[in-house]
Ligand binder design. Structure first.
Ligand code: PSV
Ligand code: MN
Ligand code: MN
Length: 427
């Protein structure tokens, strides 16, 4: 199924008078504050957020999975789903693949298919946290950190193969997330495991094309419950620093212990020029992988406040970070959830763009905590939904993506095409 622009326009037209009124009101307010609505719209449109191929099906938990039907059965159908999302929001112009779940058969055909939806290939992800049926050695006790050099070599070779696929598709980055660690005190030698991981990553880094980046993702626990080799941003930063200029830390919002000050981590990494990419999601307890902005929208805004400050700093050595969603869906239709996530991310970004940075800096210099808070919360509490909707409208997308998705009965159509029992690969 493909969504025709005329279908979107017809539904948009119904809501247009109401939208025009609220956008005009907001536009005047922003202009009075010295902000340029057109410039903001351009920035929102330029901000593209990649969709992970594994988030297009229902994720489930280890207690069960309740698929809703019509899930993509192949890489082509996953690309189709991201194409549908992008047609509706004009903000999801890339897909991130996970090998071996998404091995492309005919590379040229896959590239042409993605191009027909105006999609690029974002970072490619390796998978050494599962054993594949045809695999010689097991990752049960780790991969890049393993005690056995042959297992480590197998995991290195897999990453090099992932780079090869990504290179053919036009990706420019490899994301490494490892499940490596131990579940019981005494089980693993911390120092040896970290050293082995560094050495293995060095071998992968050597195979990285010169215009590629490597993102090292961290996570404090799960699937291991005593120790994880790359447990936090400091460990990831240490590895990235030793690897070289093209290695960076990747921040996944769900990969922190409760109450961690993630915005401070962002600021520190950007100061070092080592923030490579972002996985957006939200959580209440752990790596819950819920819809971005569903639980802590203020935190998301504060994170974007640091990101925008870092990106606007002319002296910053940090390259533009890669943006991706990393979510899982137990209850919601995955595509509706992804549409909600993208909107929440765009909102937090736009709110951060509206922060009066000069006034904020002056308040900080004067140690005026009250004024600093007023400035931040003024931006956070401005309802920018009409601005985001206008950015979509001007890009021929939907004023209200979820509404159009439902009006066009997209899921029903996909169930008809793919069946009620189709299952996508993913976490
Ligand atoms: C597992 O926690 C995880 O969600 C990581 O965040 C990775 O980015 C993702 O899986 C894909 O490997
Ligand atoms: Mn992640
Ligand atoms: Mn995760």
């Amino acid at each position: 199924m493909r969504i025709d622009k005329n279908q979107i326009n017809t539904i948009n037209n119904r809501a247009l008078p109401d939208h025009r009124e609220s956008f005009e009101y907001l536009s005047n307010k922003l202009t009075t504050k010295g902000l340029d609505p057109d410039q903001l719209i351009q920035k929102i449109q330029d901000f593209q957020i990649a969709i992970p191929s594994w988030a297009l099906g229902t994720g489930g938990t280890r207690f069960g999975r309740f698929p809703g039907g019509g899930e993509p059965r192949s890489l082509e159908e996953k690309i189709d789903d991201v194409g549908l999302i992008h047609a509706l929001n004009a903000g999801s112009g890339a897909i991130s693949l996970h090998i071996p779940w998404d091995i492309p058969g005919d590379i040229e055909a896959v590239k042409a298919h993605a191009a027909s939806h105006n999609l690029l290939f974002d970072a490619v992800n390796s998978n050494t946290f599962q054993d594949q049926p045809d695999q010689e050695l097991s990752y049960k006790f780790g991969s890049l950190c393993h005690t056995d050099a042959k297992v480590r070599q197998q995991a290195v070779d897999h990453n090099l193969e992932v780079i090869k696929y990504g290179d053919q598709l036009g990706s420019k980055a490899l994301t490494v997330w490892l499940a490596d660690g131990s579940s019981f005190p005494g089980q693993m030698n911390f120092r040896k495991a970290l050293q082995n991981t560094l050495d293995s990553l060095k071998a992968i880094y050597q195979g990285l094309p010169s215009d590629w980046k490597m993102f090292v993702e961290y996570k404090p626990y799960e699937p291991n419950f005593y120790h994880t080799v790359i447990q936090d941003w400091g460990t990831s930063h240490l590895l990235a620093s030793q690897l070289g200029d093209r290695a960076f830390t990747l921040v996944d919002l769900g990969h922190h212990l409760p109450n961690t000050n993630i915005e401070q981590i962002v600021a520190t990494l950007m100061m070092q020029g080592k923030l490579g990419g972002f996985h957006f999601n939200d959580s209440k307890f752990g790596d819950d992988d819920l819809t971005a902005g569903a639980m802590k929208p203020y935190q998301l805004f504060l994170i974007f406040n640091e990101l925008v400050e870092g990106m606007e700093d002319k002296n910053s050595k940090n390259p533009p970070p890669a943006w991706m969603i990393d979510a899982s869906h137990n209850l919601k239709d995955p595509m509706e959830d992804l549409l909600q996530s993208v909107e929440a991310i765009q909102m937090a970004y736009a709110q951060a763009l509206c922060v009066d940075r000069v006034a904020l800096e002056n308040a900080r210099e004067a140690n005026d905590a009250v004024l600093a808070q007023e400035i931040l919360q003024n931006a956070f509490r401005t309802d920018l939904r009409p601005l985001i909707a206008e950015a979509r409208l001007q890009a021929n997308a939907a004023l209200s993506p979820v509404e159009v998705y439902r009006d066009l009965a997209v899921r029903k159509q996909l169930v008809k095409e793919r069946g009620a029992k189709s299952l996508a690969t993913g976490l």
